[in-house]
Design a protein around this ligand. Sequence first.
Ligand code: ATP
Ligand code: MG
Length: 455
Amino acid sequence: MPQVKNIKKIKPVKKEKDQVIKVMAPPKSNEPLQLVRGFKDILPSDKNYWSFLYGKFSDLALAHGFDMIETPIVENANLFIRAVGKQTDIVDKEMFVFEDRGGERVALRPEGTAGVARAYISHGMLAEPQPVKLWYYGPMFRYERPQSGRLREFHQVGFEVMGDINPIIDAQLMIFALGFFHDLGLGEATLQVNSIGCPKCREKFKEALVEYYRASRPKLCEDCKKRLLKNPLRILDCKNESCASLKSGAPQIVDWLDEECKNHFTRVLEYLDSANVGYVLNSYLVRGLDYYTRTVFEIWPGEEDRGQNTLCGGGRFDGLLELLGGRAAPAIGMAVGVERVITQLREKGVQMPTDRKPDVFVAALGEPAKKRCLQLFEELRRAGIMVSENFSRDGLKHQLESSNKIGARYTIILGQKEVSDGTIIIRDMDSGVQEVVDYSKITSELRKKLNKSYS
Ligand code: ATP
Ligand code: MG
């Protein structure tokens, strides 16, 4: 055996701190575990709404030239702290933040724009022809007080137009949103519009706002007392009754806009007018996120803001890309709350298109028939026939009942006799008439019948 010199001792791998996995023991009792507060299942009975809306969103996005983007649900918490703003409710009180096993501070995304802006920068989309139009769809997470219209996990569909400052884009996006609600049968939705200017004009406005609210400080809620010092604009967004009632006498930001911001806003409104779009000039609309500049808007289901029924919110965010470390580029976007749209569709009794019913139900009687039907089912499906089955049940009665329940036009029946004869029965479910056909011809026979009944 050759002599091995200089054998290095392999050091045992040290268990790093982050490798220590603590798993909490589950509770001992057999009680069923409950959903986490503020989270909801989306059940098959709701499915029609979700698939209908998803179809609408993607058709609309395609028609308006938006490309789909999917960003991760988990991002570095700093992305939202920087983009949305430290003093906002979303970051200050509502964000799900935790340390992952590697010690990184991450957050479940509370909104979609920050992730899209990060992706626009990190994938160099500024080098592409502008504007870059992106849309997204997915769950968002905010630790809010759960109530009707307010969940801790909810879904948004969002549309962002990056790299264009032209006011026609602002008007287009609002017309797009209104058109969508109109098409859905939610025609009474109202567009609320305002401009919150750029950081320069906002500074002066903030001073006037602080002066106004300081005089009524005792009437403000505890949060707004803090906002007076840190983020006075947000007092206008407070849902507390006493704070909201003070709003009507507050200074209006439109009076503080500089020439450029005023000009931008006037042009947006002119475009809306020329498109015959109705809107409400709402000078107290400020929106809850720091990144907005100039145009801001919301769509309400009716004339009033009932606190938690706003369907859609959006605005310009001309400073965001630079704030996130990208090259300065203007942008505008909006996000629609999917659960709130579904609530409105239900309240207004808007009918969802029903699912297409299966054309053919395959009934198999006995083991040899069942074995054959597994393959037959695949053959029919591949031939473009919509098929259904209930192979785990025995007996014709049960299977015909299932066929009736799902509304199939035909049931094909394969029993012991048919297997040995090389035949199969086609039963018309409306008339009950049955005919025996050659097993090898079943696909073409069904096609003939279905073509006839659909034409
Ligand atoms: P609100 O004033 O209702 O709290 P927001 O200004 O916080 O809304 P945005 O951040 O603009 O909401 O989000 C866009 C849309 O997402 C809202 O208009 C709403 O339809 C929906 N949304 C926001 N928060 C929730 C939530 N907690 N539960 C359900 N939907 C929500
Ligand atoms: Mg909110």
